[in-house]
Ligand binder design. Structure first.
Ligand code: ADP
Ligand code: MG
Length: 637
């Protein structure tokens, strides 16, 4: 761990060379913080990797009022990284001060800590970076005629000289961690580090579209983002116009805070959080509360382990935010977490609803994509309800005509627990989902012996006539959803008995797969698998669930474990990952012919699901073709 470094050579720093650059009589803006303020700062390690250097330097440039910030990498981010800005620059005296620990122009008293508006405030970044690299600071304040260049290696000043340059600041870092080899071991691949640097530049470019950002690698342009008006234009420049078109603005304000941003529909998701960027008062932050609020807004429109696209900016009185809880300043704490959480859920929900409206009551149902077209199932021709007394359209569930009632969308699930984190675990989530969505769906039709006429198209889709048109069901993803929910239920409440194999199947697995299997075994057992370890790398399978039709001498289980590994690496919880991989490999496939009874069963099971419109991976399950739409296409209207 890199903690407290000895301060830079104090002799060299306290006696700046007197040159003609020292022409201003103004006192330096930078001051050493008094010890009582230093004591209140979460100090310590700031620099973990090249991207942290990029982040600190870019933040300094922003604080300095730069209009243009250029980041250049050569070879690899730890080998050479330079940040150049056209901001306020520093006088010679300030340049020396900037290299001293706890020297900052952004804070004077402890009270200032309560109303931090700048990104920096500790006066630690520059000295810390200079301590662990070969560091060159070149800077000029517009108030002086020439600039100052100071070279530092491992914390010791090597040279200092006046230099001619435009106003602004350039910081160049070479050979990061050259004197702390242990740190180097924690670096990722060059490409991974470059990705992280790119992400820093992109993130600040999103929140500050008025600043020109540039990023180059070995003199090739990676990003060139000239100033634009607003977040949407910046997002289009970064993510491409196609993706940007699929986003809706988030805009919300109450007496305490303001939320702005862009989000995508439930189909625009990823297995990691790279698609989510949060800013609080202009600072790029990481805060589990924010991610979880966004997640709640999508509720079960998206499977576990998937993360919706979201760029969220929150602005609130700095008194309510503590940015001083963590050395890298990326983690923050809200003093009124519940309000922030609730507001963010409402803000994102309103945006998702907007997305539903924008897509309109068109032919296609975007699964859970906000407001579903009115009356999606409200007109099921073959009443999917046992309650014959209630004609279609008149019953309670049918009145909602969709996934979730608007009133329900508008009511955030309140955060539970002391931590303020709302996630009360998968079971509670599932229960909440059941209460919320289950109610909005018609109950399951089962009139024994009575089959609804359904058609199978190309052994892939099930066509299901309803009053207002026709539903097209993707048989594979529909079955996947059904099995996924059944598997979760079996793991949590009703374990199933398996079907014994005539001869136990002995399989050899890679060591990592064995680990996965051992971890998942209790879940698999509840699904009906009987798997026993018979050697360091061998298992014997004695029984499998009756639903498994494609055992293929164990290939099934090997495929399942492979998918399981992927799901886990993508961040899915154990049960969800097991359920998803089991469902994925057990479900009927595209191309499997289905009989009428099987199709009836599937459609029936599907509509009994908690989330009948999106598969565990977020793909649509049902598409509706409305009569109105057909009429339009045939020119009847
Ligand atoms: P902090 O940002 O917390 O104040 P730093 O060590 O990052 O601490 O920087 C120390 C000081 O150096 C800043 O307060 C600022 O006055 C000055 N400084 C750093 N980078 C720049 C820059 N790019 N342009 C102008 N001044 C800068
Ligand atoms: Mg700083």
């Amino acid at each position: 761990m890199l903690r407290r470094h000895p301060v830079l050579d104090p002799g060299a720093i306290s006696q700046p060379l007197m040159t003609e650059t020292q022409s201003t009589t103004e006192p330096p803006r930078i001051r050493i913080l008094p010890p009582e303020v230093v004591a209140m700062i979460a100090a310590g390690e700031v620099i973990e990797r090249p991207a942290s250097v990029a982040k600190e330097l870019i933040e300094n440039s922003i604080d300095a009022g730069a209009r243009k910030i250029s980041v250049a990498v050569r070879g690899a981010p730890d080998r050479f990284l330079r940040v150049l800005d056209d901001g306020a620059g520093m006088t010679e005296e300030e340049a020396y001060l900037a290299l001293r620990r706890h020297a900052t122009s952004k804070l004077t008293t402890a009270d200032d800590l309560e109303r931090i508006r700048t990104l920096g405030f500790r006066g630690e970044a520059l000295p810390t970076i200079a301590q662990v690299s070969r560091f060159t600071l070149s800077t000029r304040s517009p108030a002086t005629l020439s600039g100052t260049q100071i070279e530092v290696a491992g914390g010791a000043i090597l040279t200092a000289a006046p230099t001619g340059r435009a106003p602004g600041t350039t910081v160049t870092i070479a050979d990061l961690f050259f004197n702390t080899p242990a740190r180097r071991k924690f670096l990722r691949s060059d490409r991974g580090e470059m990705r992280a640097v790119t992400r820093v530049v992109q993130s600040y470019a999103l929140v500050l579209p008025g600043i020109h950002f540039l990023l180059s690698f070995d003199d090739d342009e990676v990003l060139n983002l000239p100033p634009v008006e607003g977040l949407a234009a910046r997002a289009a420049a970064i993510y491409g116009a196609d993706l940007a078109r699929a986003l809706v603005p988030v805009s919300y304000a109450n007496e305490m805070l303001e939320v702005n941003g862009l989000v995508g529909g439930p189909d625009l998701n990823r297995g990691n959080r790279d698609f989510q960027t949060f800013f609080v008062n202009g600072r790029w932050v990481q805060n589990p509360l924010l991610g979880s609020a966004v997640r709640t807004a999508y509720r079960n429109r998206m499977p576990a382990g998937r993360y919706p696209f979201a760029i969220i900016e929150i602005a609130l009185d700095p008194r309510f935010v503590d940015v001083n809880v963590h050395p890298t300043k990326r983690e923050i704490k809200f003093s009124r977490e519940h309000e922030v959480y609730g507001a963010l859920v409402r803000a994102v929900e309103a945006a998702i609803r907007e997305l539903g409206v924008r897509l309109g009551p068109a032919a296609f149902v975007v699964p859970g994509g906000g407001r579903p077209p009115a009356g999606l199932l409200s007109g099921l021709q073959y009443s999917f309800t046992r309650d014959v007394a209630a004609p279609p359209g008149a019953g309670e569930p049918l009145a909602h005509g969709g996934l979730v009632r608007d009133a329900e969308i508008g009511t955030p699930v309140p955060p539970a627990g002391e931590s303020g984190l709302p996630d009360a675990g998968p079971a509670a989530r599932a229960a909440a989902a059941g209460a919320m969505i289950g109610a909005a769906w018609p109950s399951v039709p089962t009139v024994p012996g009575e089959l609804v006429p359904l058609w199978q198209l190309h052994n892939t889709y099930i066509l299901c006539p309803v009053k207002g048109g026709m539903l097209i069901v993707d048989q594979h993803v529909a079955h996947e959803r059904v099995l996924y929910e059944q598997a979760l239920a079996e793991m949590r409440a009703n374990p199933m008995a398996g079907q014994a194999l005539l001869f136990p199947e002995v399989l050899d697995l890679a060591p990592t797969d064995i680990d996965l299997l051992v971890e998942a075994e209790p879940c698999l057992e509840r699904l009906g698998f009987d798997v026993r370890l018979v050697g360091p790398r061998s298992i014997a399978v004695h029984a499998v669930p009756p639903q498994v039709k494609r055992w293929e001498r164990g290939r099934f289980l090997l495929d399942l474990v492979e998918t399981l590994g992927r799901e886990r690496r993508a961040g899915a919880g154990l049960e969800e990952a097991v359920a998803a991989s089991y469902a994925c490999h057990t479900a009927v496939r595209k191309g499997d012919p289905l009989g009428l009874a099987e199709m009836n069963q599937l459609v029936e099971d599907l509509f009994a699901c908690e989330v009948p419109l999106a598969c565990p991976h977020g793909r649509p399950i049902v598409v509706k073709l409305s009569l109105d739409d057909l009429d339009r296409r045939f020119g009847r209207t």
